[in-house]
Ligand binder design. Structure first.
Ligand SMILES: [Zn+2]
Length: 381
């Protein structure tokens, strides 16, 4: 498989590593063109919206050996650009949360950092599972501060990327604030966060805020079918379920979609029939072998069946297969559309979505699924 960096460079678009986000690309192009770069940016948006990819692209253009940054924006193959997109560049200072271990702190931290760099250089949109206790440590910020205080020995703009910025506890955040108050020369600091909520207001106010909206389906499909080689049907299904996150779309397009669709249909069928044995079977299977995340994912597929039946109902005379993304299941969807009223389908869909969003660590998953099955039966019969 090709690396993301290579994938990106072959595209002719500005900031080729970044999927979609045309408005942000335009805004940053204007900033680069005018030469009025801020000292610090806050890229706020959900995982998979392209914040890290954009931060790396910005760092890449600011360090490219070509003389015209606007030309470099559309992709470049120089050593500096290649290094930046691989997260290995002398002017790149990535800061990721590390395990706060007492023993072998330095060694564990370095190992974790190399691990993250290796994952992200291969696929910049890959999901990172940060351990529950992972923090951006005050030592990391102090070390960064010391490094940046040294005179620069190479051209370009030193690019500091902190992801996720929410993982800075008060002590680290205050140390970081000092750096923002007196930014070192020739530096561009980029903080990545889900939102501004969990950050110190004093940090937010010193950064230029760039909001990353969820990606649209078209951009996600293009990203998946392009150099990542996902087939069109799978890409469409994944894009519809991804809620604007390319990271989520990557996970979904790798999953055994057909198998999950079958299981979610079996759940619907068992619910409608009201067969307690079958419901218990499905609920137990979903709860025993799966994490809560997977149960939620299966409910996404359950919701998709109902949504497609709603679309089929609405476009009675139109070939609905243009609208549905579930391949090879058109007969099932047609039968569902013929059998239930729009209100029934909408009601059942809403019930599934409510359960899906309510499942978290405090919810007993088998109980929630059983309650949902009973609700679906009441709505659809
Ligand atoms: Zn270059």
């Amino acid at each position: 498989m090709q690396s993301t960096a290579e994938n990106g460079r072959k595209n002719g678009n500005p900031f080729p590593l970044v999927i979609g986000q045309a408005a942000i690309k335009e805004r940053l192009s204007r900033i680069i063109g005018s030469g009025r770069l801020a000292h610090a940016y806050l890229f706020a948006g959900q995982e998979g919206s392209g914040r890290l990819a954009m931060a790396l692209e910005l760092g890449r253009v600011l360090n490219c050996t070509r003389s015209d940054p606007l030309e470099s924006r559309n992709g470049c193959d120089c050593n500096s650009c290649r290094g930046m997109l691989k997260l290995r560049h002398p002017n790149l200072y990535p800061v990721f949360p590390l395990p706060p271990t007492d023993k072998d702190k330095g060694e564990a931290a370095e190992k974790r950092l190399q691990e993250i760099i290796s994952i992200k250089s291969d696929e910049v949109y890959a999901h990172l599972v940060f351990s529950g206790t992972g923090r951006v440590l005050v030592d990391q910020i102090r070390e960064l501060h010391n490094k940046l205080a040294l005179a620069k020995d190479r051209p370009g703009v030193r690019t500091i990327i902190v992801q996720p910025a929410e993982r800075m506890r008060e002590e680290s955040a205050n140390a970081f604030l000092k750096m923002l108050e007196e930014p070192p020369d020739d530096c561009c600091i980029i903080l990545l966060a889900e939102s501004t909520r969990e950050l110190l207001p004093t940090i937010v106010s010193r950064c230029q805020l760039v909001r990353f909206p969820p990606l649209n389906t078209k951009d996600i499909v293009a990203g998946l079918t392009g150099t990542r080689g996902v087939d069109l049907k799978t890409a469409r299904t994944a894009a519809r379920l991804a809620e604007g996150s390319f990271t989520r779309a990557l996970v979904l397009s790798n999953a055994d979609t057909a198998g999950k669709l079958d299981e979610s249909l079996e759940f619907l069928r068992a619910s409608v029939v009201g067969n307690a044995h079958r419901i218990t079977d499905v609920v137990n299977t979903w709860s025993a072998h799966n994490t809560r995340m997977e149960a939620k994912e299966k409910l996404s597929y359950t919701a998709l069946w109902l949504k497609d039946a709603m679309v089929c109902k609405a476009f009675r005379d139109v070939s609905f297969s243009r609208y549905t993304t579930i391949p090879k299941n058109e007969d099932v969807i047609k039968r569902m559309a013929a059998r239930y009223s729009p209100e029934q389908l909408r009601g059942a869909w809403r019930a599934v979505e409510e359960t899906r969003t309510s499942i978290d660590d405090n919810i007993n998953t088998p109980l929630a699924l059983t309650a949902l099955a009973l609700k679906i039966r009441r709505i659809l019969t």
